[in-house]
Design a protein around this ligand. Structure first.
Ligand SMILES: Nc1ncnc2c1ncn2[C@@H]1O[C@H](COP(=O)(O)OP(=O)(O)O)[C@@H](O)[C@H]1O
Ligand SMILES: [Mg+2]
Length: 261
């Protein structure tokens, strides 16, 4: 008579498999509607990658997938076009969004947003900020360099990373923010240990830049203060210098955003 586990285990496996398939279907249905599949196949035909391997992250706004091809590994960010995401927005945002979408449609807005992320990545790269190299986009799909190991393992977010030298990280972070402010003249606006990755050499790599705004924007100063306060606290917790004022100074805040007279 077979032992119980030899009966149960395969059945357990099948259930697990079904669950995984259901999960795959969910991801496929949520992110890959027909037009998105066309955008992906267009990018494939341009030679930007050959296959989507697995989701690195699936969030409210979109999903990021590891992709690979002859030229190496890529990160492919797919913004959701479905109405589902808009239902979760606060009413005043939704209202504004509906108003704009009334004339051009959601798909156009999301495409604009995707292109915007590509443009900002280019501008940051030109200023030698550590960001993934943007490689192309189509509609709601953005292709960029994978921040990760040579073997294609995606880099961890700072939030999850093991940080061996917090003071060195703080110094490098401040240098990168300075390039962002003084070189690219941009404020990230959503900086947190979730949107900064730990590259394999330990350096911080900035992602999720679509909402970045020019240093001349009326909100720039307030957003930079918020970004740097978040990180001063983060560095303090790690045992590095946790002073916001010093981080502001070291990041070139005073140069890029001088106090109004
Ligand atoms: N170029 C990249 N290389 C490696 N991982 C990435 C890359 N871009 C994004 N990721 C991963 O995907 C997650 C979500 O990406 P992000 O751009 O922050 O999108 P979201 O709008 O969902 O926050 C990140 O936290 C990171 O783990
Ligand atoms: Mg993010």
């Amino acid at each position: 008579m077979p032992r119980p586990e030899t009966i149960l285990f395969p059945r357990g496996e099948r259930v697990e498999e079904r669950r995984r398939n259901a999960e795959d279907h969910k991801i496929r249905d949520e992110f890959f509607d027909h037009p998105t599949l066309l955008a992906v196949s267009h990018l494939v035909s341009r030679g930007l990658f050959e296959s989507l391997d697995y989701p690195i992250s699936t969030g409210k706004e979109g999903g990021v997938f590891r992709a690979s091809g002859a030229a190496g590994f890529r990160a492919v960010k797919v913004y959701r076009i479905s109405n589902a995401v808009f239902r979760t927005l606060p009413p005043y945002v939704l209202e504004e969004f509906r108003r704009q979408a009334g004339t051009r449609g959601f798909a156009h807005l999301v495409a604009d947003w995707t292109r915007r992320e590509h443009t900002i990545l280019t501008r940051l790269k030109d200023a030698e900020v550590r960001v993934p190299v943007p490689l192309g986009y189509m509609r709601n799909v953005l292709v960029m360099e994978l921040v990760g190991s040579d073997a294609g393992e995606p880099a961890p977010r700072l939030k999850d990373a093991l940080i061996e030298d917090p003071e060195a990280l703080r110094t490098e972070f401040a240098l990168q923010v300075q390039r962002m402010l003084v070189g690219a003249k941009l404020v990230h606006g959503d900086l947190s240990p979730y949107n900064v990755l730990q590259a394999p050499d330990g350096a911080p790599a900035f992602i999720d830049v679509a909402q970045a705004i020019p240093t001349t924007h009326p909100q720039a100063r307030a957003l930079l203060v918020r970004d740097l306060k978040t990180f001063a606290k983060f560095f303090g917790k790690l045992g590095a210098d946790g002073s916001f004022e010093r981080l502001w100074a070291d990041s070139g805040g005073a140069t890029a955003l001088p106090e109004k007279a």
